[in-house]
Write a protein that binds this ligand. Structure first.
Ligand SMILES: Cc1cc2nc3c(=O)[nH]c(=O)nc-3n(C[C@H](O)[C@H](O)[C@H](O)COP(=O)(O)OP(=O)(O)OC[C@H]3O[C@@H](n4cnc5c(N)ncnc54)[C@H](O)[C@@H]3O)c2cc1C
Length: 358
């Protein structure tokens, strides 16, 4: 990060991971930061994730190489800076046959993933024949391709980030819904040098309410998870029943975290798991399990909305990349992932310090 010019007074609307990390990066550069959050910090989309710190192996299928590389770089930022709350996680993909095209394709994809991680690769992927007992899978699954990614305890990590924000004298206003803001630096009557709109799925709605034109259209894609009363030692990744996507079963506080789904919804508040999603997740997992899971083993569920920037692709293949819209003193953040919030923050610091705002 370059040398600080004049320290600025910055107002951030939205206290999810994006607003919080952007605030922390700016405060570290000496800027005065205030964060306004409608509910509790980190209580919305940022608490509804698969808890992975990753480049997104599956986005390689849509050739988003740069995005994956950046994500892998950010993955190692999290693992290096927050070792108490993050881990290297082994994830295995089961196959019925060692001589299959899909195994070869997955193997090459994972090797590319490792190549893109470069020296920051976590460990070397392997093909093995011996993991069946560990997961109690059907006998027909006799070959496993294992690779490594990052995982986090978002709860404890979130608490540490909030403490860090307080240590940096960031002013945190929770339960404080912002109604009015403008491109000249006003938030509900208070004046700032710069405003950052980091409201995840609510960006288009808030821009529209304040008569500011959005340069990006958003698809609201709901994703749901189930917590299942079964212990797992490491992660599994397998095809869903419709074969069009991958599902993860991951170790989670002594249980299994199973997810996720992708369902288009019309509004960011529509974040409830449907019966169809529950059946989809359970039926997908049961395809590979020796002892099927039943509804009674579900401990809880949660759903969140991905604000994906609309593209020409089918939304299943949409990029998770981010975009920053500049309107005078207002910067609006679209898209991104938990993992890539440091990249977003670095970009915002550069824009603000170089006064690139147009
Ligand atoms: C199902 C699912 C799984 C995911 N899994 C992963 C994963 O494994 N790894 C990963 O890296 N990423 C994952 N993501 C992506 C990740 O969750 C998001 O990129 C990230 O949480 C977005 O953070 P955010 O701060 O932009 O949005 P949010 O967390 O939604 O924060 C925006 C905040 O703005 C607040 N707000 C809204 N309106 C106002 C207002 N008027 N005034 C004040 N505050 C307001 C909201 O209350 C909210 O807290 C997943 C997403 C989903 C939905």
């Amino acid at each position: 990060m370059g040398g600080t010019l004049l320290h600025k007074n910055i107002g951030i609307i939205g206290g999810g991971i994006t607003g919080l990390i952007v605030g922390i990066f700016l405060a570290k550069e000496g800027h005065r930061v205030s964060i306004y959050e409608k509910n509790a910090l980190l209580s919305e989309t940022s608490s509804k994730t698969t808890k992975l710190l990753h480049g997104g192996l599956r986005y390689l299928e849509s050739f988003h190489f740069n995005e994956v590389k950046n994500g892998l770089n950010d993955r190692s930022w999290w693992l290096e800076n927050f070792p108490k709350h993050t881990n290297k996680l082994k994830i295995s993909i089961p196959f019925r046959n060692i001589f299959s095209f899909i195994l070869l394709k997955s193997f090459l994809g994972i090797k590319l993933y490792e190549f893109l991680a470069g020296p920051k690769n976590l460990d070397t992927s392997k093909i093995s024949k011996s993991l069946k007992k560990e997961f109690s899978l059907k006998d027909e699954y006799n070959t496993f391709l294992s690779f490594y990614d990052g995982s986090m305890d978002d709860n404890s990590l979130g608490k540490e980030l909030i403490n860090l924000a307080k240590d940096l004298n960031i002013r945190l206003f929770e339960n404080n819904e912002v109604i009015n803001f403008d491109t000249n630096g006003a938030i509900d009557g208070s004046k700032f040098d710069k405003i950052i709109l980091a409201v995840g799925p609510w960006s288009n709605i808030l821009l529209e309410q304040n008569n500011i034109k959005s340069k990006k259209d958003i698809d609201y894609i709901k994703g749901s998870h189930l917590i299942i009363n079964r212990k797992l030692e490491s992660g599994l990744m397998f095809s869903s029943i419709c074969r069009s996507r991958y599902i993860f079963a991951l170790p989670y506080k002594g249980n299994t975290l199973l997810g996720t789904t992708e369902e288009k919804v019309m509004h960011p508040e529509l974040m409830y798991i449907s019966k169809h999603e529950i059946d989809y997740l359970i039926d997908s997992y049961n395809q590979i399990l020796k002892k099927p899971i039943s509804i009674s083993e579900i401990i809880s569920s949660y759903s969140g909305i991905r604000p994906l920037i609309k593209s020409n692709d089918n939304f299943h293949n949409s990029s998770r990349d981010f975009f920053i819209q500049k309107d005078n003193s207002l910067l609006t953040i679209f898209g991104g992932k938990w993992t890539t919030s440091p990249s977003i923050a670095r970009k915002i610091v550069t824009i603000i310090e170089n006064a690139e705002v147009s």
